[in-house]
Design a binder for this molecule. Structure first.
Ligand code: URA
Length: 188
């Protein structure tokens, strides 16, 4: 069963204004994943390949995951809005609201140990806050028993290099891969 079939109840009720077959990108990853990542919305590369985070931001994410020894294939990766916004603009609040019930169903289905929200849009939506990502990134919040960690969007680290180490540090924490600062016994 593909993504659209699995969540057919949602797709049957989605208002046509929010649907465009040619701009649609489903989530990817195992449904029993321990970690779920939520981005904003797909871009042109994602539409071309039919998968979230495969463009420049995705490459950045992959590099960091590689550096901290996490297998991307074990992560469930999705977006707030599953349709690429025209002209690469930010998703609008009515679009986020229209797609929110699907995201809720995905979370119920995957039941991740932790949700990592990538960037301001996903973080503000999931934590129902107006606080910016620079104030809240790297902290673990609990909402109705669900752990959520906001982190910088990988694309933000392309424009501001200083955010790269912050994103890496936060992802290490989310995946339990923190460096102890001490050499392991086996390193000697
Ligand atoms: N940025 C996002 O937020 N999501 C993607 O899928 C790609 C880039």
């Amino acid at each position: 069963m593909n993504f659209k079939e699995k969540y057919s109840d949602f797709f049957e009720t989605l208002h046509p204004n929010y649907w465009d077959e040619d701009r649609f990108v489903p989530a990817v990853g195992p449904e029993d994943a321990d970690v779920m990542m939520i981005g904003e919305a797909p871009g042109a590369n994602e539409v071309e390949e039919g998968e979230p985070f495969v463009g420049r931001a995705g490459e950045r994410l992959n590099d960091i995951l590689h550096d901290i020894d996490v297998d991307r294939d074990e992560i469930y990766i999705t977006n707030l809005v599953k349709i690429r916004p025209p002209d690469n603009r930010d998703p609008k609040s009515d679009e986020i609201e229209a797609w929110a019930p699907l995201l809720e169903q995905e979370i119920e289905n995957v039941e991740p140990d932790i949700i990592v929200t990538l960037g301001n849009f996903a973080s503000k939506h999931m934590l129902d806050t107006s606080k910016g990502i620079s104030k809240i990134h790297g902290r673990i919040f609990t909402r109705e028993g669900q752990k959520i960690m906001p982190v910088y969007h990988p694309a933000a680290t392309l424009y501001d290099r200083s955010k790269g180490p912050e994103l890496e540090k936060d992802l290490r924490k989310a995946f339990g891969k923190e460096e102890s600062g001490q050499k392991k016994f086996t390193d000697f």
